[in-house]
Design a protein around this ligand. Structure first.
Ligand code: ZN
Length: 505
């Protein structure tokens, strides 16, 4: 038994080394690479990706996994389960399809950037058609692999794609939750929109870029991000890239006219990064050192960005630190005014700019459209119209053009269907986890006021991070909080917070 495990561990270690190299090269591409390096980088990355694929589908790995199937150690058994799942999904898709998708993605991204600039969905539509057809084919490859519980409804193509981001989640479970969220959110948005908006005039004007950068570094220290096991740089779009628990890269972006962008960019990515730094890299050959789902990963970023970072007690700690760097801009601003300003609700048409209240409606919209596309209930040419109608029904406003509507996200340009719901699952899990932290730490608001965030991180390390993907996302959250996936905590949080902020009584 010991030998079989040793053999598997060696193979996994090679696989991880290659994946780490891909991660470094990808990070470099977005942060430091000179433009003329792009061509060579595409070749480097695709060669490494092919090597990873080859190792993953190799019969030798299959045999090594089979030898460990009866592994009794629970962590090793979980590692075998996760690796086998990954491997089956990789084997199920023929190489021809993998290549076709990569080519279609490359062409589509260029066309999308162009079409968005000119706000012309018609020019981009053929690419959506092509990617949709390829994704349907992939879904058909994966559908037979989905584990089926007795009494569960027949899975649909969307389920097969969703499984890649949120293992175990099914449309039959997800759709009613999203419908319920939309049903209680829409009236909240309407009531908030009817109330007078808070004043955020003091956030307009120039906030020096260097001072903003220094503030984001101070913020990283406050949340406990280990700069000996990671770093922060600047990029066009903020992202985080875990290479290893000992090497986690974050980026932020700075606009001198929008001081909150760098702050919340850093806080969001730090949430992802803290999770990566806390993963169990030493356990079971490192196989478990990953999140069980994208939704759970997102719960970590949202928890720090929103539940912590948009709370009043946190601003009592952060405002003096920020005011020290921008004394003229923030003179006389109180934590309460700042708290109101950073929680300003607007009927924005753009998802990435949306506030906490309207955000999930953007997800509901995309989920409905993606599902209809995959089922063949909606034709690609009708997508912009369907988008606008549904947007109006959900948010009470229509986009002015395609750029502000159907062309805004990169996901579909990348052929990524089934991903959007993980953002809302992340919001649900974040609210549930934070409610549990609050129960466990009655003095939480005082800790936040003092800028002491170690208690929160310690709780997350203990209940979430250190488990990696040993359990599925929902099981992990249930073990940590007593509640699985549910929108109740999110609802209580949003209705309570915004009801008070906007005086909805
Ligand atoms: Zn995120």
């Amino acid at each position: 038994m010991a030998d079989s495990w040793g053999d598997l561990e060696r193979r996994v270690s090679d696989l991880h080394a290659l994946e780490g190299a891909i991660a470094v090269l990808s990070w470099d591409r977005e942060t430091c690479m000179p433009p003329k390096g792009a061509r060579a980088r595409i070749a480097q990355l695709s060669a490494l990706q092919a090597a990873v694929h080859e190792k993953l589908v190799s019969p030798a790995l299959g045999e090594a996994l089979a030898m460990c199937e009866t592994e009794r150690d629970p962590e090793r058994a979980a590692a075998v389960r996760e690796l086998s799942r990954e491997r089956s999904r990789a084997i199920a898709v023929p190489e021809r399809l993998v290549r076709a998708l990569a080519e279609a993605q490359g062409a589509s991204l260029t066309a999308w950037r162009d079409a968005r600039e000119r706000s012309d969905f018609g020019a981009f539509a053929p690419h959506v058609e092509r990617l949709l057809a390829l994704r349907r084919e992939m879904a058909a490859c994966w559908l037979p692999l989905l584990p089926r519980a007795a009494g569960e409804p027949e899975p649909e193509p969307y389920d097969a794609l969703l499984e890649g981001y949120e293992p175990g989640m099914r449309v039959a479970r997800l759709a009613p939750i999203l419908e319920r969220i939309a049903a209680w959110l829409a009236p909240l948005v309407a009531r908030v929109a009817a109330a007078p908006p808070p004043d955020d005039g003091f956030l307009r004007g120039r906030f020096d870029a260097d001072a903003q950068w220094d503030l984001t570094m101070e913020l990283l220290a406050m949340v406990g991000f280990d700069l000996d096991a990671g770093r922060q740089d600047r990029s066009v779009h903020p992202f985080s890239q875990g290479i290893d628990a000992g090497d986690v890269r974050l980026t932020t972006r700075i606009f001198e006219e929008l001081p909150l962008s760098s702050l919340y960019g850093t806080l969001h990515e730090a949430g992802h990064g803290l999770y990566e730094q806390g993963l169990p890299a030493e356990v079971a050959g490192g196989v478990l050192a990953a999140a069980p789902s994208m939704g759970l990963h997102e719960s970590q970023s949202r928890l720090w960005e929103n539940l912590v970072g948009r709370s009043l007690p946190f601003w009592e700690a952060l405002l003096p630190r920020m005011a020290r760097r921008f004394p003229e801009r923030l003179a006389g601003v109180t934590p309460q005014r700042m708290y109101a300003a950073v929680n300003r609700v607007e009927r924005s048409m753009i998802r990435v700019e949306a506030d906490e209240v309207t955000y999930n409606l953007h997800v509901v919209l995309r989920f409905g459209l993606e599902r209809a596309l995959l089922r063949g209930d909606l034709a690609v040419k009708d997508l912009p119209g369907a988008w606008s109608d549904r947007m109006e029904a959900l948010l009470g406003a229509r986009p002015r053009d395609d750029a502000e509507g159907v062309l805004q996200d990169i996901h579909w340009a990348w052929g990524e269907l089934g991903y959007f719901p993980t953002y809302t699952l992340g919001n649900c899990y974040a609210a549930t986890l934070f409610a549990a932290i609050r129960r466990a730490r009655p003095g939480l608001d005082d800790e936040l006021r003092r800028g002491e965030l170690g208690g929160i991180l310690g709780w997350l390390r203990e209940h979430v991070h250190r488990h990696g993907r040993r359990f599925g996302a929902e099981e992990l959250v249930r073990r940590a909080t007593g509640t699985g996936l549910d929108d109740g905590d999110l609802r209580a949080y949003l209705e309570g917070k915004y009801g008070a902020l906007y005086g909805l009584g």
